[in-house]
Design a protein around this ligand. Structure first.
Ligand SMILES: NC(=O)c1ccc[n+]([C@@H]2O[C@H](COP(=O)([O-])OP(=O)(O)OC[C@H]3O[C@@H](n4cnc5c(N)ncnc54)[C@H](OP(=O)(O)O)[C@@H]3O)[C@@H](O)[C@H]2O)c1
Length: 158
């Protein structure tokens, strides 16, 4: 099962200077409740962004895979040099946690999407590409003041 999870504003903005452009406690709590202690994959930029956010603390995941075309090694993560091959072979539950490049590459393999839609417009430099949700069903919907928590699942092939 491959899950993608991200938050975006009404213009599909997801990042600013390799950081998240907003701070919503409720979304952070939601994100953590889904991803904590899970097997996750992220791109190199997102990895460095999270490392700077957590500073000296360990990232709160069971297994961390970092997708990068550069030959790198990490103290707490496993390098994935080709994310497509990795996702094709994946048999276990996996959470794709960003960023833009990696969401784009992973979307064709996604079984479930956790999208937090922020009903506001922020300033930033990184946008989620246009998403075609026609192959997905909305299976869960929760809203609070400025946030919509949407869960989509890929339609079953008949
Ligand atoms: N709002 C949210 O929920 C959310 C969540 C996470 C991240 N973000 C934001 O997303 C932004 C970062 O996105 P990004 O696109 O710059 O970086 P990224 O997706 O974190 O990382 C991209 C990395 O993937 C590598 N790559 C490209 N093709 C690959 C392949 N086929 N296999 C393996 N690795 C491959 C790239 O290598 P090369 O450098 O060699 O091309 C690059 O190192 C930041 O602003 C961050 O804050 C937002």
């Amino acid at each position: 099962m491959i899950n993608l999870i991200w938050a975006m504003d009404i213009n599909h903005l997801i990042g600013q200077d390799n950081k998240i452009p907003w701070h919503y406690k409720e979304d952070l709590k939601y994100y953590k409740s889904i991803t904590n202690n899970k097997r996750v994959i992220m791109g190199e930029n997102t990895y460095y962004s999270l490392k700077s956010y957590y500073q000296n603390k360990a990232l709160p995941y069971k297994t961390i895979y970092v997708a990068s075309l550069n030959q790198l090694s990490f103290e707490d993560a496993i390098l994935v040099p080709d994310i497509k091959i990795f996702l094709e072979k994946n048999q276990e539950e996996l959470y794709v946690v960003g960023g833009k490049t990696i969401y784009n590459l992973a979307l064709p393999y996604a079984d479930r999407l956790y999208i937090t839609l922020i009903l506001k417009s922020f300033t930033g430099d990184t946008y989620f590409d246009k998403i075609d949700l026609s192959n997905f069903d909305l299976v869960s919907f929760k809203n609070s003041l400025e946030l919509l928590f949407l869960v989509y699942e890929r339609k079953k092939q008949l």
